[in-house]
Design a protein around this ligand. Structure first.
Ligand code: ATP
Length: 326
C-alpha cells in the first residue's frame, strides 16, 4: 500500500448530533494535510452504488452547529453480504480512495472491521451514536446532546407530573445499553432507572414509587431504556396499573426527538478532536482502529477489541441514584 492521497468519509447507522462536526473536522484536517476528500452519501449503501462527491473546505462550512448528518445515513443489508462488500471495494478502487473514515455505532464498526480484514483496507472508525455503548471510549459523539435533550423533556414532564400527582414512566433510547436511562435519571432527579443490564421486577418499583409520592412534589418519575430486555415503559406502566391501581400512571415515549438538535459544546469538541485525530492516524500508518476518548485523551482501540467487548454501566451510579432518591 502506497502513501494515502485520497480519503473517503461516510456516516452510517443511527444519526447522532455531532456527526456534522466530525465530518467538518475530518474534511478540514485532510485538506490541511494535502489529502483529497471524497464524501460518500448514505453510508455503506452509497459506497456500493457510488454516491460520491469530492469535498472542499467550503462543503463543510456552517455545519458544526447542525444536528443530523449532511452525508445522510442508511441501514444497508447488502453490505452484510460478501457480494455487497465486493461491490463496495470496486467503488473504492474506481474512485481511487486509499483509506476510509467511518462514523457510526456498533453495527457500522462491525461492518468496517469485516471489510477491512477482507480486503486488507485501511479504515479508521469514529464512535457516532447517542447510545454511548461502544467499548474503549468514555463517550460517543451524540450521547451528551441526547442526554441533555432527555433532561429538558423530563424537567417539563415533572412540572405536570407534580401538578397532577402522577407517576410517569418515560422511555428513552439506548437499545441494549442503559447509559441514557441511568444518567438521565441521575441528572433529572428521577426516582429510578430501568436498564437492560439489570433486571427490575415490578414489586421492586413499589418502594421507589412510594418514595416519590412521600416527597412534597407528590409525583414519581421512572426512566426506562427501550429494550426487549426491559420490555419498555408500556410494559411497566401496564403492570403497575394492574398491581397498584391507586396510582395515576402515565407513559411518555421520547422517541426520535432524542436524536435531533444542535450538538452540545462537549459533542462538538469531541467530534472535532476525533475527526482531526483520524487523519493524523491514517497519515501515521495506523489502520483498523476506533478512536475514542479516555480521561480526556484521544486513544486508539483496535476494532477487534472495541467490537468484542461490551461497555459496562457503572453499578456505582445505580447506588447513587438510589441514595439520592430518598
Ligand atoms: P446505532 O447504534 O446508532 O443504531 P449502528 O452503526 O450500530 O448505529 P446498525 O444499523 O447496527 O447501526 O449498523 C449500520 C450498518 O452497518 C448496517 O446497516 C450494515 O450496513 C452495517 N453492518 C452492521 N452489522 C454488520 C455486519 N455484521 N456485517 C457487515 N455490515 C454490517
Amino acid at each position: 500500500m502506497g502513501a494515502i492521497k485520497t480519503i473517503g468519509l461516510l456516516t452510517s447507522g443511527g444519526d447522532a448530533p455531532g456527526m456534522n462536526a466530525a465530518i467538518r473536522a475530518v474534511t478540514r484536517a485532510a485538506i490541511y494535510n494535502d489529502l483529497r476528500v471524497k464524501a460518500i452519501y448514505r453510508g455503506f449503501k452509497g459506497l456500493i452504488t457510488g454516491e460520491i462527491v469530492e469535498f472542499k473546505t467550503q462543503n463543510v462550512s456552517n455545519i458544526i452547529q447542525q444536528g443530523g448528518t449532511i452525508l445522510k445515513t442508511a441501514r444497508c443489508e447488502e453490505f452484510k453480504t460478501v457480494e455487497g462488500r465486493r461491490q463496495a471495494y470496486e467503488t473504492l478502487v474506481k474512485e481511487e480512495i486509499d483509506a476510509l473514515v467511518v462514523i457510526g455505532g456498533d453495527g457500522t464498526l462491525t461492518g468496517a472491521r469485516i471489510f477491512a480484514s477482507e480486503f486488507d483496507y485501511p479504515i479508521v472508525g469514529l464512535p457516532g451514536t447517542i447510545d454511548n455503548d461502544i467499548f474503549g471510549t468514555d463517550a460517543t459523539i451524540g450521547y451528551d446532546t441526547a442526554l441533555n435533550t432527555i433532561l429538558d423533556a423530563v424537567d417539563k414532564i415533572r412540572d405536570t407530573a407534580s401538578s397532577h400527582e402522577r407517576l410517569f414512566f418515560i422511555e428513552v433510547m439506548g437499545r441494549d445499553a442503559g447509559f441514557l436511562a441511568l444518567n438521565g435519571a441521575l441528572a433529572s432527579g428521577a426516582e429510578a432507572a430501568i436498564i437492560p443490564e439489570i433486571a427490575t421486577e415490578v414489586d421492586q418499583l413499589e418502594e421507589v414509587i412510594k418514595k416519590g409520592f412521600r416527597k412534597s412534589k407528590n409525583s414519581s418519575i421512572v426512566l426506562v431504556a427501550e429494550s426487549e430486555k426491559t420490555g419498555g415503559a408500556m410494559h411497566y406502566a401496564d403492570r403497575v396499573k394492574k398491581e397498584y391501581p391507586e396510582y395515576d400512571v402515565r407513559v411518555v415515549i421520547l422517541g426520535h426527538v432524542q436524536r435531533g438538535g444542535s450538538p452540545t459544546a462537549f459533542d462538538r469538541i469531541l467530534a472535532s478532536r476525533l475527526g482531526e485525530a483520524a487523519i493524523e492516524s491514517l497519515i501515521d500508518g495506523q489502520r483498523n482502529i476506533l478512536l475514542g476518548i479516555d480521561n480526556d485523551k484521544v486513544v486508539a482501540i483496535p476494532f477487534s477489541k472495541a467490537i468484542k467487548n461490551d461497555k459496562p454501566v457503572d453499578p456505582e451510579l445505580l447506588k447513587v441514584l438510589k441514595i439520592l432518591s430518598i
